[in-house]
Write a protein that binds this ligand. Structure first.
Ligand code: SF4
Ligand code: SF4
Length: 120
């Protein structure tokens, strides 16, 4: 399933105008009961080195489609181990739209999945 993913972690090499340009994203949270303890493990600080090392995880087709069509086509696959989130479906994220927060993040642990919702 493809998710619509918005992200405010502007210092991440995958961030393009508050959307995620990665093909696959991995969210971590383990057994947490709170979104505060979730983070995007795919975060990579913007740097020349990371532009090259992260190239294999680019959603090239989605990015180009979006540039020419104006429609959101950057919709990475999202794996997630936050098993206590109501949207977690066998280690994949089942939320249709989700938001990763981290405007001042300079490391993966400083990002957070704002869409986390504890199972009731
Ligand atoms: S922090 Fe994660 S969700 Fe946000 S742009 Fe980077 S890889 Fe994508
Ligand atoms: S909404 Fe839930 S399942 Fe989806 S990425 Fe966030 S914490 Fe993981």
């Amino acid at each position: 399933m493809d998710n619509k993913l918005a992200c405010s972690a502007n210092h991440c090499v995958h961030n393009m105008n508050n959307l995620c340009g990665a093909a696959k994203v991995e969210i971590k949270g383990g057994g947490t009961q709170s979104g505060d303890n979730t983070f995007c493990h795919t975060y990579a600080q913007k740097s020349v080195k990371n532009y090259f090392t992260e190239m294999t995880n680019l959603n090239v087709v989605g990015g180009i489609t979006q540039i020419f069509s104006g429609h959101q086509a950057m919709d990475p696959q999202i794996a997630c181990d936050a098993v206590n989130c109501t949207f977690n479906n066998n280690y994949a994220c089942g939320a249709q739209e989700l938001k990763i927060n981290g405007p001042s993040a300079t490391a993966e642990q400083q990002t957070e999945c704002q869409t986390f919702k504890p199972k009731s």
